[in-house]
Design a protein around this ligand. Structure first.
Ligand SMILES: Nc1ncnc2c1ncn2[C@@H]1O[C@H](COP(=O)(O)OP(=O)(O)OP(=O)(O)O)[C@@H](O)[C@H]1O
Ligand SMILES: [Mg+2]
Length: 260
């Protein structure tokens, strides 16, 4: 059964999509079966995975005008994608009138749970119906955080939202971990914020640091995850390490759950 992980942070530009694409390709390189769902009208996870023209997107899934088979696209990078594009802006409005609007994605993906080890959801930088569908569907959240001054303030808001989601939509939703992205160890502020995160969230902060790395920023313009753009780059190696840490943590959590 698939572990469904939502990559989320309502703050924009913190590395959600970069994380979603590179964790998807790294897990696939570890022989895991991976589906990446692009829930962002910006469609960056779609284009960054090398899919240029997608006739069928998440919108068709939400409209029930296409089957899962028609919507899921294979990439040349070892994982599958349900594309997103600008048409997804209509989803938010369409979902508003749906009686079980928050559970739409969860129900749509049920038939493919057994086909994947991981389903990654790339969320938009806002709290709309698409994000709520992701949080209602996910088992776990991973939260990319840029170690800068406003990061902690944004996190407090995000944790408040997660509490509400647990109460109203998905009681078993867990925060798998926070990921420090675009990390620049030379900056005193970065070091300070990073320490604060470790103090407040201890083992919920991933040990792997994602460095600021130009190869990570370049790769999407070639429609490739970083490991296929420059496999020796610091960015590609960091995401491989992160994917291994995510896989370990998920298996550890499942094991501890069994012992409870
Ligand atoms: N570790 C990194 N090193 C250098 N550049 C990065 C890194 N991570 C992300 N970027 C760049 O920073 C920008 C924002 O990253 P990304 O699109 O992944 O963030 P996001 O949280 O998905 O943004 P949005 O909220 O708009 O969806 C992009 O141009 C991306 O290429
Ligand atoms: Mg994004």
């Amino acid at each position: 059964m698939a572990h469904i992980i939502s990559v989320t942070n309502q703050k924009g530009g913190v590395g959600k999509t970069t994380t979603a694409i590179n964790v998807a390709s790294s897990l696939a390189a570890m022989h895991k079966r991976v589906l990446l769902v692009d829930l962002d009208p910006q469609g960056n996870a779609t284009s960054g995975s090398g899919i240029s023209d997608s006739l069928k997107t998440c919108l068709h899934l939400f409209e029930e005008s296409a089957s899962l088979d028609e919507v899921i696209q294979k990439t040349v990078h070892g994982y599958d994608v349900i594309p997103g594009n600008y048409s997804l802006t209509q989803c938010d409005v369409k979902l508003m009138n749906h009686p079980r609007k928050a559970y739409f994605l969860k129900n749509s993906l049920l038939p493919v749970h057994r086909n994947y080890d991981y389903i990654l959801l790339d969320c938009p930088p806002s709290l709309n119906n698409l994000t709520l569908n992701a949080q209602a569907c996910a088992h776990q959240l991973i939260v990319p955080v840029q170690c800068e001054f406003f990061a902690l303030e944004g996190l407090t808001k995000l944790l408040g939202t997660i509490d509400q989601v647990r109460k109203q939509l998905n009681p078993s939703l867990q925060v798998l971990g926070l990921i420090r992205t675009m990390f620049d160890g030379r900056s005193k502020l970065t070091q300070h914020v990073s320490k604060e995160l470790e103090t407040h969230f201890s083992d919920r902060v991933f040990k792997t640091l994602i460095p600021r790395n130009v190869k990570l920023a370049e790769a999407p313009s070639h429609g490739k995850p970083s490991m296929y753009h420059d496999k020796r780059s610091q960015g590609a190696l960091a995401y491989l390490a992160l994917a291994a840490e995510i896989d370990r943590k998920i298996n550890m959590d499942s094991y501890e759950h069994l012992l409870e």
